[in-house]
Design a protein around this ligand. Structure first.
Ligand SMILES: Nc1ncnc2c1ncn2[C@@H]1O[C@H](COP(=O)(O)OP(=O)(O)OP(=O)(O)O)[C@@H](O)[C@H]1O
Length: 373
């Protein structure tokens, strides 16, 4: 039983804390992605969990074992935690097998555990190679096998895919997830890549200002973000300023149903994939296509609406239109509405890019122009 439980964690380096009373619970065997912009404290959290950085306050427990609490500190080597750093950090003078077996006792090494792990990470037969004879992706697989070898209760991964190219990253993510689930280890993956967090994890924890702003399954964090800041951080968004009357918000894309009955002012948000385009501008809100970015599996279409508002649509399948075309825009599904409140800003971090978002003014008498994210 190795559920990770973190309560009221405060930690930092200078006079100001980086983590400011962080709570987090990851059930046994689940993979949680810690998502947040640069400088938010993701690595600091991993270091504290691994026992490499002392917290100022708070409690960390793995199952029934308290790893860290006022007056208690289990040293890193006795925590039962495996660490996968950003770039493999394999011992260059040791073979793949010796790297994987590094944390094992001699009988364990002889008992076939190393071969079992190499098989698990898709590197059966690679034991005799040296790290320099492996690709970047293979090195990360070895690093994972090494972390899993002593059967840790918790595996911590710090941006383990960041040095790999896109297609390799995707393949490795799927394999890492499968390997973790096969071993039953609880795992924490640090990333600043929203797609990675949503695509790979069982749970996503969005870090903001040293606390977890939202923890939930990826679908929930995307579809029911706790506030505007989380909504903007976990995916692309089309936003308008407006207010709600009778369960619908007035926007330049028409009246859109929202969960709130009445309220305002606030921000109305839809995802670009909710916008559908019809080659006939009479079927929907008329718009002009200003640019198209083809991604292969889908395309981003930038649009200018009648009032000058610019929005983006994400279109699946064959593209019905090209640049300069006149189209009709319709919105499927409900919009999200976030009442304006001084407390509900976007995640703000020292070097974060979430300090602001350009918004469209919707509803009555709004300013036109700015682009949605
Ligand atoms: N050893 C250190 N001494 C002083 N300040 C530090 C140290 N390590 C990190 N910091 C500061 O603590 C804050 C959080 O850093 P941390 O590395 O945990 O962020 P992060 O979310 O992992 O960022 P990134 O995504 O860029 O790796 C930053 O402001 C950083 O400058």
């Amino acid at each position: 039983m190795s559920q990770l439980t973190v309560r009221g964690l405060v930690a930092g380096y200078g006079p100001e804390p980086v983590l400011r009373g962080l709570d987090l619970a990851v059930p046994q065997g689940e993979l949680a992605a810690v998502l947040g912009p640069s400088g938010c404290g993701k690595t600091t959290l991993l270091r504290v969990l691994a026992g490499l950085h002392p917290p100022w306050e708070g409690r960390v427990a793995l199952g029934e074992t308290v790893l860290s609490a006022p007056g208690a500190h289990v040293p890193p080597e006795r925590r039962g935690i495996g660490l996968v750093p950003q770039e493999g950090a394999l011992f260059p003078h040791l073979s793949v097998a010796a790297n994987v077996g590094f944390g094992l006792s001699r009988p364990q090494r002889r008992g076939g555990r190393v071969d079992e792990l190499l098989e698990l990470v898709g590197l059966a037969g690679f034991g005799a190679r040296m790290p320099a004879q492996l690709s970047g992706g293979q090195q990360q697989r070895v690093a994972l096998a090494r972390a899993l070898a002593p059967r840790p209760g918790l595996v911590l991964m710090d941006e383990p895919f960041s040095s790999l190219d896109a297609s390799l990253r995707e393949e490795l993510r799927a394999d890492v997830r499968a390997a973790l689930h096969a071993t039953g280890a609880t795992a924490l993956l640090v990333t600043h890549d929203q797609e990675e967090a949503l695509g790979v994890a069982d749970l996503v924890a969005v870090l903001r200002d040293g606390v977890v702003a939202q923890l939930g399954p990826p679908q929930q964090v995307y579809a029911e973000p706790a506030d505007l800041g989380v909504a903007l951080f976990v995916g692309e968004a089309v936003v308008f300023e407006g207010s709600v009357l009778g369960g619908a918000a007035s926007t330049p894309l028409g009246r859109l149903p929202v969960a709130a009955r009445d309220g305002g002012p606030g921000t109305v948000l839809v995802r670009p994939e909710q916008l559908s385009l019809d080659p006939d501008p009479r079927r929907g809100v008329p718009a002009t296509v200003t640019d198209v970015f083809f991604h292969g599996h889908d395309a981003t279409v930038l649009l200018r609406l009648g009032g000058g508002h610019q929005v983006r649509s994400r279109v699946q399948g064959p593209l019905p239109v090209g640049r300069g075309a006149e189209v009709g825009v319709t919105v499927s599904g409900p919009a999200l509405f976030f009442p304006t409140s001084p407390a509900a800003g976007p995640p703000v971090c020292p070097q974060g890019h979430l300090g602001g978002v350009e918004r469209n003014q919707g509803g009555l008498g709004g300013r036109s122009g700015a682009v949605s994210r």
